[in-house]
Design a binder for this molecule. Structure first.
Ligand code: CTP
Length: 373
């Protein structure tokens, strides 16, 4: 790793810190170590260039090919994937000049990550905050693996559900499940990176909001259904990564349920929840919407994991089904996942064990190839 700070970056973190962390000398300008021609060599030799934080000024220079320091020279000579993680005040991000520069950079294949919303330098809050380091890292890894992260979802609206629903018994108790929301959040982040307008419907997830994503919070399956059905009406794709509870108590007690004096345990009568995936697949609001479901399967005497998954795909009526073999219970809360993506058109794409972000990108590849113009 080579660190190429701008002069402004050294106002925040000094050169000795960068040199110690990277194990290499650092320089901001092209006149150091001239015999090694660093202004050409660093860019040419790079597998990936990451500019984080990328200021409005730096992006303007990159857009116009200005090369007045070592970093901007490096950007001109790099032929590898380039990732910009912008950080600036909201007014600067929204300014027509920055909008136009970001659009130009993206057209050239540069991955410009949407900034996060939140506290900025100073007292103000808004869009323009540097995305979380893990988010930047995931995208860098993806850009390296694929050579680029193309904006192939630009102009598309996608809806992703994530997390696990809660079905209340009384004001403090609920039936829930182990879904962490990690896969749904990875899907939302990947779609945003690929240029989509993303609505993320999150059921009881305690993860930071992904940058550039509209997050709608729900608790119960009924609330999840309402939000999914409403946003599916304008969606090019819907991915149901959430784990809605299949059953809910027939009634919710207004008061906390007390222990009985005779020590007897109460029984809970359950009723079935609506199957949201099936409903939006069989009663489609827009004919072209690509609908994706998830299936956590274990094989049994009636069939293998894939046999059961094919039957489920047909029963749900969706276009794609992402099948996890959960026989070992390892997928819940884990940063990794492996899956087979089945298509109603007969496709079967095996995704080897890897990050949930990598699986998310393969799922979007399959969605993109099925989107209509
Ligand atoms: N799903 C849904 N609404 C429900 C339950 C599940 O939309 N009430 C969606 C999930 O988001 C996921 C897929 O359906 O995309 C998972 O299906 P699964 O829960 O395995 O389906 P079931 O019908 O519960 O399967 P099984 O009959 O095997 O329990």
């Amino acid at each position: 790793m080579t660190v190429v700070p701008t002069a402004a970056a050294l106002e925040f973190v000094g050169a000795p810190t960068w040199a110690a962390l990277s194990g290499k000398p650092v320089s901001t300008e092209v006149w150091s170590d001239v015999h090694e021609v660093p202004h050409v060599r660093i860019g040419q030799a790079a597998d990936l260039v990451v500019v984080a934080p990328a200021t409005a000024d730096l992006m303007a220079k990159a857009t116009h090919g200005i090369a007045d320091d070592l970093l901007t020279n490096t950007l001109l000579t790099a032929r590898c994937p380039v990732v910009f993680a912008p950080a600036m005040h909201t007014e600067m991000w929204e300014h027509a000049a920055t909008r136009s520069n970001v659009a130009t950079l993206r057209e050239r294949g540069v991955l410009v990550i949407e900034p996060a919303e939140g506290r900025l330098t100073g007292k103000d809050t808004g869009k323009g905050r540097l995305p979380e380091p893990t988010e930047i890292f995931d995208l860098c890894r993806e850009a390296l693996a694929r050579g680029t992260v193309a904006p192939d979802l630009a102009g598309r609206h996608v809806v992703v559900s994530a997390g696990g629903t809660r079905e209340y018994l009384d004001p403090v108790r609920f039936l829930g499940n182990r879904s962490s929301g990690l896969q749904g959040y990875a899907l939302a982040r990947a779609a945003a990176a690929r240029g989509a307008e993303v609505t993320l419907i999150a059921a009881n997830v305690s993860l930071p909001d992904p940058a550039g994503v509209k997050v709608v919070r729900v608790e119960t399956t009924a609330q999840l259904r309402q939000e999914v059905v409403a946003s599916a009406a304008s969606a090019d794709a819907v991915v149901m990564a959430a784990a809605p509870a299949d059953f809910r108590p027939v009634g919710v007690s207004d008061a906390k349920i007390k222990k009985a004096a005779d020590g007897s345990a109460p029984s809970i009568e359950l009723t079935q929840n609506p199957d949201i995936l099936r409903e939006i697949s069989t009663d489609r609001a827009r004919p072209g919407t690509v609908i994706v479901g998830f299936a956590a399967e274990t094989g049994d005497d009636t069939g293998s994991v894939l046999d059961l998954a094919r039957t489920k795909l047909a029963r749900k009526g969706c276009d794609l089904l992402v099948v996890n073999d959960v026989s070992g219970g390892a997928v819940f809360g884990s940063p990794d996942n492996e899956a087979v993506i089945l298509g109603a058109d007969g496709a079967a794409v095996e995704v080897p064990r890897g990050s949930k972000s990598a699986l998310a990108h393969v799922i979007w590849d399959e969605v993109v190839s099925r989107l209509q113009d």
